[in-house]
Write a protein that binds this ligand. Structure first.
Ligand SMILES: Cc1cc2nc3c(=O)[nH]c(=O)nc-3n(C[C@H](O)[C@H](O)[C@H](O)COP(=O)(O)O)c2cc1C
Length: 356
């Protein structure tokens, strides 16, 4: 039995948000064993102008304030995305706001961008050595009260752009009123232009790549619009997807009707469907980070084959513990061998080749 299986019953007796804080504390204090085995070179991915030691990343929301991203990286991730961070600190929604649906291997959250703000994150990250070993993404959100949403993303981009390996515009959280309306064609194009402008202003000729994170609850028309805007040139990639407001039948009745975004296993299929469609609409011209429901090497491999260049996860960590990352990487290599491929890159979009 691994350590996580031993302590899980104790963690799970705690309120989920407390358990999360305990996990952050344990990471910060070096109490979670790091992955020590050397990285297999077949896992390397070069994308977004960066070298990723492996394609598995920690999704946004776990380390909202960039407190433990390095330690989290040592669990074996190739990259970590911190945030969502907003210009001003905010406390988020009232608790309880995080629910575990154990039989479904799912989570519902309506955190509402609780975070310590851009300045606190900048201060923490300013001291970081740029050794390039672990790729750092910074995910931007907006404060609940802000009317001119793009102004908030500009502030985040200006202040944090110089500290990031890549930046993310998050317009897909279901827990900030009006946020997802920014995914419409005209507001989206304007938002991307302004955020990109701020990045260029702050970083000069070499701004970090800018990505857009989208919701799974979009119509075909929304997706076509997003693909069109994405190909206009300022975006370096897409992240598909955030949590869903849908509630598939049969979810744990104790929590199914909680408001917020659903993540974990029930999101695997719908988020992979969106990813596949986006890859098709953009003709594979933009790297896509596939996220939603990944809990095994086979899940991650399915995302790659559907068109993801990189993959992220969050919810499965709650159920499987930190050993999950190592296991996924081993299983990914098995999938690669089974299909006679030599690198992760050869798997990207493979499903589409058999379509044509
Ligand atoms: C508790 C919680 C908080 C999250 N907070 C954020 C956030 O601040 N910004 C964001 O872009 N995504 C956030 N997410 C979404 C995740 O990054 C990810 O897109 C989603 O959970 C699907 O992946 P998963 O099924 O592997 O969890 C959050 C998810 C959870 C469970």
């Amino acid at each position: 039995m691994d350590i996580y299986s031993a302590i899980k019953p104790v963690l799970w007796r705690l309120d989920p948000e407390r358990a999360h804080h305990l996990a952050l504390w344990a990471l910060a204090h070096g109490l979670v064993p790091a992955a020590t085995e050397p990285e297999d070179p077949r896992l390397t991915v070069v994308a977004l102008g960066r070298r990723f030691a492996n394609p598995i990343g920690l999704a946004a929301g776990f380390d909202k304030d960039a407190r433990v991203w390095r330690q989290a990286g040592r669990l074996g991730f190739g990259f970590v995305e911190v945030g969502s961070v907003t210009p001003r600190p905010q406390s988020g929604n009232l608790q309880p706001r995080l629910f575990r649906l154990e039989p479904d291997r799912a989570v519902i959250n309506r955190m509402g961008f609780n975070n310590a703000g851009v300045e606190a994150m900048a201060a923490r990250l300013a001291a970081r050595p740029r050794d390039g070993a672990l790729v750092l993404g910074i995910n931007l959100g907006k404060n609940k009260e802000t009317e001119d949403a793009a102004a908030d993303y500009e502030i985040g981009a200006r202040r944090l752009g110089p500290l990031a390996d890549y930046m993310v515009i998050n317009v897909s959280s279901p827990n900030t009123p009006g946020l997802r309306a920014l995914q419409g064609k005209a507001p989206l194009a304007a938002l991307i232009a302004r955020t990109h402008g701020a990045l260029v202003e702050a970083c000069g000729a070499n701004p970090p790549p800018l990505l857009l994170k989208i919701a799974p609850d979009l119509t075909d028309q929304d997706l076509a619009d997003i693909a069109e805007v994405a190909l206009e040139g300022r975006l370096a990639g897409l992240i598909a997807t955030n949590t869903t407001i849908a509630r598939p039948a049969g979810l744990d009745p104790r929590h199914a009707s909680q408001g917020g975004g659903l993540s974990g296993r029930p999101l695997l299929e719908p988020s992979t469907r969106i990813l596949r469609e986006l890859h098709r609409l953009t003709q594979g011209r933009l790297p896509i980070i596939g996220v939603g429901g990944v809990a095994s090497g086979a899940d991650a491999y399915a995302k790659l084959r559907a068109g993801a260049t990189l993959v992220q996860l969050y919810s499965a960590l709650v159920f499987e513990g930190p050993g999950l990352v190592r296991r996924i990487k081993r299983e990914l290599l098995d999938c690669l061998e089974r299909d006679g491929l030599r690198t992760m890159g050869e798997a990207v979009g493979l499903d589409h080749q058999s379509d044509s």
